[in-house]
Design a protein around this ligand. Sequence first.
Ligand SMILES: Nc1ncnc2c1ncn2[C@@H]1O[C@H](COP(=O)(O)OP(=O)(O)O)[C@@H](O)[C@H]1O
Ligand SMILES: Nc1ccn([C@@H]2O[C@H](COP(=O)(O)OP(=O)(O)O)[C@@H](O)[C@H]2O)c(=O)n1
Length: 423
Amino acid sequence: MGTRVLSRLGPWCSRVFAVECDPNSDPVYFSLSKKPQTAHCSERQAFENIFGGAKSYSLHVCTDERFKRAMLYEELKSKFIPTLPRGCRVLDVFSFIPDVKNSLFRGFLVKGAADFPETASILDELVRRSGVSVCTYVQEEDSQQWWQHMRSKAEDGTEVTVDKYCVVPAEAPQHHPSTLNLIGNDVFYNVWDAYKVMEQCKEKMTEAYELLELVGQNLAQNKGGRFPIIAIEGLDGTGKTTLTRSLTAALNASLLRSPPECLSPWRPRFDSEPALLRRAFYALGNYITASQIATASQHAPVIVDRYWHSTAAYGIATAVSGRVENLPSPGSEVYRWPGDLLRPDLVLLLTVNPEERMRRLDLRGEEKTREEAELEANQLFRTKVEQAYKRAEDPACVVVDASPPPDQVLQQVLLLIKDKCHL
Ligand SMILES: Nc1ncnc2c1ncn2[C@@H]1O[C@H](COP(=O)(O)OP(=O)(O)O)[C@@H](O)[C@H]1O
Ligand SMILES: Nc1ccn([C@@H]2O[C@H](COP(=O)(O)OP(=O)(O)O)[C@@H](O)[C@H]2O)c(=O)n1
């Protein structure tokens, strides 16, 4: 178990736990105590709901190395969880120290596992894995209290219960736990932070190696020319491609995109990697696009189809679970622009209502990225992406109603550009 982590981030028993049962309501929060404490009836009911009538398990990825943490989490999610019998219910569980950045460990609560003996043996196997801790939740009959047993393997291979704590109710923290690790895991605020992530997999992935080479060649030039730079943002299907094309013709501009064309062949590969790598890929793509913008803006206005705000808005909305209210509040540092990335002069956020967006996507009928497919199925996620866009600062997004016909949207945008960029 991650002793180094626990010494840096405090002992296990000082952590708070959050179990998410339903994305539309608050998680159930609990902490640990050596001494039993009496819980109110409603709190006992909440524990009953999350742990169920029989023994439950929780798995926590406990390492402060972000790369290892991302890989282990993905492995549990994609390889281990699908092997559980259908009758088991799996809930997301967080363990964290309130208000301490980067203290979040993600994991899973497996409910109903005791009904399937084979599940217990699979979970037992995980006790041996470095970076993963396994706990069981047991209700003591006489006291009706739930106890968390933290398990490990002794050196001779026999299983031992290392520690045992009473599960007690905890207050909801001020900020949702899923916001604690955003910086440096889901959003990168300088090129080197994303670069370091990519470096960790360059031995195993030739795509990562080649991407790093490209970034290295494109970093020198990062100052805009004398022509304005206009980024067009919005959810898929809001009309970005249509508008960027007509705008480029109307302004005699250069059209660029993020990720840039040169990264297109590697995109499917990174889209199927764990979130940390996927985010690092898109973050680095912005720096390559920035270098192309720097050159192009010396000769003509530049239109960019998606840029940094897409990377940040999708990254934040994917990582922050549950309700829109769980997003970091407006003004939070997560909505800032990276200091080392070429800034656009104007960012336009295209918005249309969900029905119209769906109608347009159906008409287009193309293949979608996995993230876009999830987005389509999930109205809550879409709302979070749009909210994150709207909270971006310096430059903020100027919201454009993109529901009128294409030509009207173009005229509206041309007026905006004339006003803001004096073109
Ligand atoms: N203003 C508009 N009114 C009606 N349909 C539109 C409009 N803009 C785009 N479309 C259509 O909607 C679909 C999605 O537009 P597209 O430009 O590809 O969006 P995005 O690049 O944002 O995913 C396309 O079939 C396009 O022809
Ligand atoms: N600059 C960018 C562009 C895309 N993306 C990611 O790419 C996905 C959307 O890209 P896309 O190419 O499907 O979008 P459209 O250009 O089709 O609207 C989102 O899921 C984002 O996570 C990003 O992170 N940063």
